[in-house]
Each structure stands twice: as structure tokens, then as C-alpha cells.
Design a protein around this ligand. Structure first.
Ligand code: ZN
Ligand code: ZN
Length: 343
């Protein structure tokens, strides 16, 4: 099969590699769509500490069931050709972290396209347990966004922001945009956002957001004027730079919440005394649990959650170009590679 392999840091090679063989409890999918995730751009640049040369990236996928490995009970087998997506995060389900209901941060977790070869290839192997069928949804193609949407569903659920409330999202890239979509779906009334790239503003506005300046002083003045000088109920930092982390703290109201999601910088000074004095709760959100993946897929597949970003389809052979373009600031909402398009 053809696969987009990271030949070296910063360079993919479209290579002919042996077809992957599904092991016990696994299924092989013919990949129709494979979304490029912001988290993979760091791997391409060699800065994420996870992805290494030789790896096939890709964990946001839609495909069809192509073959089963051994030991898959008849009751767990979908007919060949069934359109599916897969939860790409596998946890041990046995450790104390998993048993405490946090499989998303299991120390033994495995991410498709991170720890094992992913879906930027004509074929991909996943556990049968990871499958979600798409043929019961009016919008099956939206399944390719289930994974990033699941990150947004979890982040919003990590806070108490509720119907009629106020929220600020810093950064309107794919995750920030999906945060706005989920917050709007939850009935949050005042939806504010910042975004540096002009090309990302219109989709965030279409999602119901009001753009604020990202220069810190001007941002805080605008937040104050729109919230009776209080600040917002919940701030979501989808960037993770020192500037956005500090702005997130400052924009939360007394007794409000800050949810750190973005991973841009490893370390940032944060004004903790200010957090303490205003009893602002600082929380974090990483990936998603299986139930959040299922909820995100349900919302997208039924059309209750819209994605207003531009979805750009591209052949696998253009992978190198699109990773470079996204790193250079291309505003696409989601670039979706189409590995199996010519099969
Ligand atoms: Zn992703
Ligand atoms: Zn575990």
C-alpha cells in the first residue's frame, strides 16, 4: 500500500510499504479520509517528543471495514465495507488512572499515528473496540472531525460554564473553533474569541463568536466592557503561549474558570497570586474519554454540531505541501488527506 512516512524531520515520503496485518481483536480499514491535526505539526518539526522518523501519522479518520484479524467474535463484526471512524486513543483500562475514570491520561495510552502507524495511508489497523459505525448518521463524512470535536467536548465539560453564561476562547484554529461550536451548542450566550490569522475569523464569527483584539490591554478592556467589568465565566486557552495563558487568567471573573488546552509552550509564568485572590479555578483538558468521543461523533453526525471551518480535501501525495502550508499559517479549518481515493 501507499503511506506517507516521515522520512526525516520535516520531510514526508510517499512510500510503498507492506499492507499492515490485523492482529487478534483488530480490524483493517480502507482509509477514505485522514485529517491533519495541529498536534502533528510539532511531530513534523521534531518538537513534540512523541513522533519519530519512520512513523505514519494520522489519527482523524474515516474509512470502511476491509478485513478482520483473528479472535474477533462474530457479534463484533460489522459487514465488510461498513463506513466507520475510530477512536484513535487506546488506554490500558486496568491501571489506577483508568479505573479512576481518566483513561485519556493513562500512562500506557497509545495514540494512532503517534505510538503506532496511523491513517495517512491506504490501510490502517485499529482495535475492533475503537470502531464507530457511520452509516446511521445523516452526515457520515463529519466523522473525520469527531476526534478534534471530542477534545472540545471534554474541555467544555471540564468547566461549569452553562446556558446563558459567558466564555472566551483564545485562538480560533480547529480546536478553538470547535470549542466555540460546542459552547454555542451548550447555550452559552456571550461567546468571545481572539485570533491572529484573518482567514480564521469568519468561521469563528459564523460559529457565533465575537472577535476581540488579542493585544492584552485592549483585550481586557473589551472583556470588561462586555461583562459589566467582571470578566467571563470561563476562558479556554486553545493556544498555550505565555501571552494567552496570562490573558486567560486576567480575563476570568472572580470565581470563574480558566481551562488550559493549548500546548504551544512548555513553560509560562502565570500570575498565581491573582488566581488566588480572585479564587479563579485553573483546570486543564487533554484529549478525551471514550464517552466524549462518542458524544462528539453523535453531535456531528446528526448535524446538531456544525463545523464552520473550511474543509480542504487533498490527495496523500500533497501531504508534504499541506503540513508546510499549515505550519506557515494557512487558515484552513481542516485539511483532509484522501489516501484511498484512487483505489
Ligand atoms: Zn487530532
Ligand atoms: Zn491505564
Amino acid at each position: 500500500m501507499q503511506a506517507l512516512v516521515l522520512a526525516e524531520i520535516g520531510r514526508f515520503e510517499l512510500a510503498d510499504v507492506p499492507d499492515p496485518v490485523p492482529g487478534p481483536g483488530e480490524v483493517r480499514l480502507l482509509v477514505a479520509q485522514s485529517g491533519i491535526c495541529g498536534s502533528e505539526l510539532g511531530g513534523f518539526r521534531g518538537t513534540d517528543g512523541l513522533r519519530r522518523p519512520g512513523l505514519v501519522f494520522g489519527h482523524e479518520l474515516v474509512g470502511t471495514v476491509e478485513a478482520y484479524g483473528p479472535d474477533v467474535p462474530a457479534g463484533r463484526r460489522l459487514p465488510l465495507g461498513t463506513p466507520v471512524t475510530a477512536n484513535p486513543l487506546t488506554s490500558c483500562l486496568a491501571c489506577p488512572v483508568c479505573r479512576a475514570g481518566r483513561p485519556n491520561v493513562c500512562p500506557e495510552r497509545r495514540l494512532l499515528g503517534g505510538h503506532v502507524h496511523g491513517s495517512n495511508a491506504e490501510l490502517v489497523v485499529v482495535p475492533v473496540d475503537a470502531l464507530h459505525r457511520l452509516d446511521r448518521y445523516p452526515r457520515p463524512e463529519a466523522g473525520v472531525l469527531a476526534e478534534p470535536a471530542a477534545c472540545a467536548v471534554r474541555a467544555v465539560g471540564r468547566t461549569a460554564v452553562a446556558e446563558g453564561g459567558t466564555a472566551l476562547v483564545l485562538g480560533a484554529g480547529p480546536i478553538g473553533l470547535l470549542l466555540l461550536e460546542v459552547l454555542r451548542h451548550r447555550g452559552v450566550e456571550t461567546l468571545l474569541f481572539t485570533e491572529r490569522l484573518p482567514g480564521r475569523v469568519a468561521p469563528a464569527e459564523a460559529a457565533g463568536g465575537v472577535r476581540l483584539p488579542d493585544e492584552p490591554e485592549a483585550l481586557l478592556a473589551e472583556v470588561a466592557s462586555r461583562t459589566g467589568s467582571l470578566g467571563v465565566d470561563a476562558v479556554f486557552d486553545a493556544v498555550g503561549s505565555t501571552d494567552t495563558r496570562r490573558a486567560a487568567v486576567a480575563a476570568a471573573r472572580p470565581g470563574g474558570e480558566v481551562c488550559f488546552v493549548g500546548l504551544h509552550s512548555a513553560e509560562s509564568p502565570v500570575p498565581v497570586r491573582d488566581l488566588v485572590r480572585r479564587e479563579v479555578t485553573a483546570t486543564t483538558s487533554f484529549a478525551y474519554r471514550p464517552a466524549e468521543f462518542a458524544e462528539a461523533l453523535e453531535l456531528l453526525g446528526t448535524g446538531r454540531l456544525e463545523f464552520h471551518g473550511e474543509v480542504v480535501p487533498a490527495p496523500l501525495s500533497e501531504g508534504q505541501h499541506w503540513y508546510e502550508a499549515l505550519l506557515a499559517g494557512h487558515p484552513a479549518g481542516k485539511v483532509v488527506l484522501r489516501p484511498g481515493a484512487h483505489r
